[in-house]
Write a protein that binds this ligand. Structure first.
Ligand SMILES: C[C@H](N)C(=O)N[C@@H](CC(=O)O)C(=O)O
Length: 717
């Protein structure tokens, strides 16, 4: 840093106001972070549902775009760091990119207003292209904004501390992490509730504009709070095109090394030392520090690969469990809030009790050791998830394999029937009853015989890998096949359908269209709890209520005496049992992964700041965040490649991979020497005062800096 700029920074540092040993300015930074994370996680909480139910994308597309968006949010920090360190400085970068971010959130919120294109007022948008284009534009701006400011905010917070405040600096990173999680917790609880409201100008629909609008408003608040603290911040000036100088220096070192590859040239301690002919020792030393840390980051994405599956695989796992906690009911996607809740309790416990205790025992629990232990905790969390999965598997129905077919027979005829099925004992099925369970066949073409008069022989061609029901109506000769669901209903909901044994058409609550006599409806999904259905034929009506658990499937048989029994004669056939393994069993895996997160992520954040030279703090924060992006990309690839046949085996595979990676990381960490970048920089500057070559190299560097500044000016023009 040129001396004049350094003096400027020092002057500003002296003026910093303090409260309880902390710079007051960090208050604005942590509140800003809280609002920003509320905005980010709130929007993320409803994003997949918006893709799925507003844009009507299928599950695969919705999840792929979701993970691609998250990956982009963790790739853009590099851009933000380059802009901050080389051009605008952290303060201005945070302000400008926050504006981009807030605009993105507003565009996203606007894209969710169905009324803007709903000319025929049927409650669905008429021009999906416009909504998709707006939402994609919004998401790109959000990714640019959230990712761009992410490495700058943490590093900017760190910059507010002076040398004598190193203890407070460490606490700051923990408090910073607490704010992230407080924001995440509140928004993950609130935005789904906002979405569930109904709103609209012409028709009332799920209120996505409110669910995306509130995060947008929070982002504006975040920006205002940050600007409000403006007069109190320590603002370090940008260093010129530092990334340009770094790249040129590395390129020169590689080239120079290659040109001097012959044995006649004496070896140098480090390959970067081959840049010494042209570049300043300080710059070379700073690049060495950064490269050493970046090298150490190589194995880290594996941690995030496991961590990020909380939102996907673990939520899917929760949909096959029951969330009835007696006093309250937890929905599968709400299980994720356990993570920020645990963070809010575990960070203070670790900081105030566990780490000091370990220190008191004389153990050196260095940052890299903590990170390794954090990885092992995450691996154990996946073993816990595998054990839970094995319990769930025991309760899951026996779904057909890809070569099998399954069949159930429902008798709506007024008399009992004897059905002869290939390689089975004949089945006696009472009137308004079904065969006890699905019968599994290895072949698809089967012949059934019925003891009706005259006897009926029916040739069926079943679908491979499917579950079907053969419905025998009051006129058995008109029997037909209906396809059933062959996996647990989505989101822990319950799938229900009706077979109409009444003599006229029926309208039933929740069904898309009226049900003709002898017809079987398609499935409709209903949530857990007490659900009421009204059945009417236009003249008479009756109501039928039932309490549902999670993940069940029923076929309701409507008899011919429906209205005379006030709906009480409706008979239910349980096609799939409700989930019976409790979601509380997921708490140990959440506890383990969150303990891992505290040890790995909070420490990694501090480590990235402390080991970075002063002019590359944001760059190293961005490198750290990049490990998260790569982790998300791995999740995307794994999801695309498909799963192992058994989910528990996939969990064990991931756990084993992380154990292997943490062993590699611990070996790398063993050879890492912790440094104090400021001390090294001061030492080199001192040495350079006495170095005869110094003047020449300084001149070269200054010339390059001027060239770079010239380039920047030209780019601005
Ligand atoms: C909500 C998570 N527990 C969390 O703290 N996330 C951090 C780290 C990360 O995922 O990048 C954050 O959102 O900054």
């Amino acid at each position: 840093m040129p001396d004049s700029k350094m003096d400027e920074t020092k002057k500003k540092k002296k003026k910093t106001a303090e409260c309880c040993g902390y710079p007051i300015s960090i208050f604005f930074i942590v509140v800003n972070e809280f609002c920003e994370r509320f905005s980010y996680y709130g929007m993320r909480a409803v994003l997949v549902l918006y893709f799925r139910y507003f844009l009507l994308w299928d599950d695969d597309l919705a999840t792929s775009i979701y993970h691609a968006f998250v990956a982009l949010c963790y790739l853009t920090p590099i851009l933000g760091a380059i802009i901050a360190d080389s051009w605008l400085g952290k303060f201005k970068t945070i302000i400008y990119l926050s504006i981009v971010y807030a605009v993105g959130q507003v565009v996203m919120a606007v894209s969710t207003i169905h009324d803007i294109t709903d000319a025929n007022r049927d409650g669905t948008p008429d021009n999906f292209t416009l909504h998709i284009a707006l939402s994609m534009l919004g998401l790109v701006l959000i990714a640019l904004g959230t990712g761009g400011i992410k490495p700058c905010v943490a590093a900017f917070g760190g910059d507010q501390f002076q040398e004598h405040q190193s203890r407070q600096l460490n606490t700051f990173f923990s408090v910073f992490y607490l704010c992230i999680n407080a924001g995440s917790l509140l928004s993950t609880l609130i935005t789904p509730v906002l979405r569930a409201q109904e709103c609209g100008i012409h028709t009332q629909q799920q209120c996505y504009p409110l669910a995306f609008g509130v995060p947008a408003a929070l982002m504006v608040v975040s920006l205002v709070v940050f600007i409000a603290g403006s007069g109190m911040y320590t603002k370090t000036a940008p260093e010129g095109n530092i990334m340009g100088s770094v790249c040129k220096c590395i390129w020169f070192a590689l080239n120079n090394r290659f040109r001097h590859r012959s044995d006649i040239y004496p070896k140098r301690e480090h390959w970067m030392d081959w840049a010494e002919e042209k570049y300043d020792k300080l710059l070379i030393a700073q690049i060495k520090m950064v490269l050493k840390v970046l090298f150490l980051y190589i194995p880290l994405p594996m941690f995030w690969t496991l961590f990020d599956q909380k939102g996907s695989r673990w939520t899917l796992q929760a949909t096959t469990m029951t969330g009835d906690f007696g006093g309250f009911v937890l929905q599968p996607d709400q299980m994720q809030t356990v993570n920020p809740i645990l963070i809010l309790t575990l960070v203070p416990i670790m900081d105030r009790i566990i780490f000091p205790l370990i220190k008191k025992c004389g153990l050196n629990f260095s940052p890299l050791k903590r990170m390794t232990v954090g990885m092992l905790f995450a691996a154990t969390a996946f073993i816990a998830a595998a054990l839970v999965q094995m319990e769930i598997d025991k309760t899951l129905p026996n779904f057909p394999s890809s070569s099998e077919s399954q069949l159930k027979v429902v008798n709506m005829h007024s008399e009992s029937l004897i059905v002869t099925v290939p390689s089975q004992e004949p089945l006696l099925i009472g009137s308004f009853e079904s065969s006890p369970d699905y019968i599994t066949f290895d072949q698809q073409d089967i012949r059934l015989a019925f003891n009706t008069t005259p006897e009926i022989n029916k040739d069926l061609s079943l679908i491979k890998g499917s579950r079907q029901t053969l419905i025998i109506p009051s006129e058995p000769a008109e029997m037909y096949l209906k396809e059933d669901i062959k996996s647990k209903p989505k989101e822990g909901k319950n799938a229900v359908r009706f077979v109409n044994g009444w003599t006229a058409y029926l309208n039933i609550t929740n069904l898309e269209s009226s049900l003709q006599p002898s017809e079987t409806s398609n499935y409709t999904l209903v949530s857990q709890g007490m659900r009421k259905f009204t059945l009417t034929d236009g003249i008479q009506s009756c109501e039928f209520s039932r309490k549902f658990g999670f993940g069940s499937s029923y076929t309701f048989l409507i008899p011919s005496d429906l209205f005379s029994t006030d709906c009480e004669s409706i008979k239910e056939i349980e096609d799939m049992q409700p989930n019976s393994v409790h979601m509380a069993l997921q708490i140990p895996q959440y506890f383990l992964i969150t303990t891992g997160e505290v040890m790995f992520s909070v420490t990694g954040l501090q480590f990235s700041y402390s080991q970075a030279p002063k002019n590359m703090k944001s760059v190293l924060q961005a490198g750290w965040l990049c490990t998260n992006a790569v982790g998300n990309i791995i999740v995307l690839i794994v999801a695309e490649l498909g799963k192992l046949p058994k989910q528990w085996a996939e969990y064990v595979l991931f756990a084993s991979l992380l154990v292997a990676v943490s062993i590699i990381f611990s070996i790398m960490a063993y050879f890492y020497t912790y440094i104090d970048p400021a001390e090294i920089e001061a030492e080199i500057l001192k040495q350079q005062e006495t170095d005869p070559d110094k003047k020449k190299k300084k001149e070269t560097l200054e010339m390059e800096e001027k060239e770079n500044e010239q380039e920047i000016k030209q780019t601005k023009i």
